[in-house]
Design a protein around this ligand. Structure first.
Ligand SMILES: C[S@@+](CC[C@H](N)C(=O)[O-])C[C@H]1O[C@@H](n2cnc3c(N)ncnc32)[C@H](O)[C@@H]1O
Length: 269
């Protein structure tokens, strides 16, 4: 945890302690105050971790998490903790969202037409997509890739380089995982491992796109994915479906493509 992060947490604790004094002293009230302090600290840690992921190159962010186990002081194994800490905060935030876009993608992939398809979940988090699809009888291979390893079935790696052969996947998924200033590397990596005519699902926070039409257009011209659908989820998320039309290594990626997706900001609580 850096100095500013620590300061923010101390301030929050002081603020809550003041409130505690005003509230009085029943043990129920004290527990509520304690919960609020923990909630605030979790939320602020979550914002800090998020910021690191959105504003660094993925390799750097992943190293930083490995080198700073104190970021994940609550658990013993920091690689695992990387994810637990992050996801405890993440789950918390998700509760406030209207609907989790991951559920929309899982529901779609449960349809019979996808049953035998090979799927890659890039930045899978807890790896729920694989668990849910397998439970519903999915027959194809599913790969869950993430920087953290919350569960045995997750392949721990940087999604800029996944351990899968060219053109092996029928479907790729990025659900809220285009983090890192080099997110274009993730998209090009997905293009490498997805078969021609294979599908790519992307769910992202709407406010991250300064110009969604430009994003969609340049996904085709510079990354080789043609748009099939752009759905809005309650004015909060885009859930998009693309088809692989061209090998990205035959296309020229312009340097300003990165500006088509801005970092996600979470409101301070
Ligand atoms: C906001 S969570 C979304 C998790 C899941 N896809 C969902 O929709 O619930 C983003 C995930 O992407 C992962 N991630 C971000 N950048 C990554 C990278 N370069 N390599 C591997 N995982 C990454 C994070 O570790 C995190 O688990």
């Amino acid at each position: 945890m850096d100095k500013n992060q620590k300061k923010r947490e101390v301030k929050l604790q002081e603020k809550q302690q003041k409130k505690n004094k005003n509230v009085g002293g029943s043990s129920k009230q004290k527990n509520e105050v304690k919960d609020r302090i923990q909630e605030g600290m979790m939320s602020s840690k979550f914002r800090f971790l998020n910021e690191q992921l959105y504003t660094s190159e993925s390799a750097k962010a992943i190293d930083m998490f490995k080198e700073n186990p104190q970021l994940f002081e609550d658990v013993k194994y920091y690689q695992l903790a990387n994810c637990i800490q992050y996801h405890t905060g993440y789950r918390h935030q998700v509760d406030k969202w209207p609907k989790n876009p991951l559920d929309i993608i899982i529901d779609e992939l449960k349809k019979d037409k996808y049953k035998t398809k090979n799927i890659g979940d890039f930045g899978c988090g807890e790896g729920r997509l694989e668990v849910d699809l397998k439970a519903s009888g999915h027959l194809g291979k599913i790969y869950s890739f993430d920087a953290g390893k919350m569960s045995d079935h997750i392949v721990q790696c940087d999604i800029a380089h996944v351990p899968v052969k060219n053109n092996h996947l029928d479907i790729g998924v990025f659900s809220l995982s285009l983090m890192g200033t080099n997110f274009t590397d993730f998209l090009r990596e997905a293009n490498r491992v997805i078969k021609p005519d294979g599908r790519l699902f992307i769910a992202e926070v709407m406010s991250r796109f300064p110009d969604i039409n430009d994003f969609v257009k340049r996904m085709r011209n510079e990354v080789g994915f043609r748009s099939l659908k752009v759905n809005k989820l309650k004015d909060y998320f885009y859930v998009m479906v693309f088809e692989k039309e061209e090998d990205a290594n035959k296309l020229r990626l312009t340097s300003d493509f990165k500006q088509l997706l801005t970092p996600c900001k979470y409101k301070k609580r």
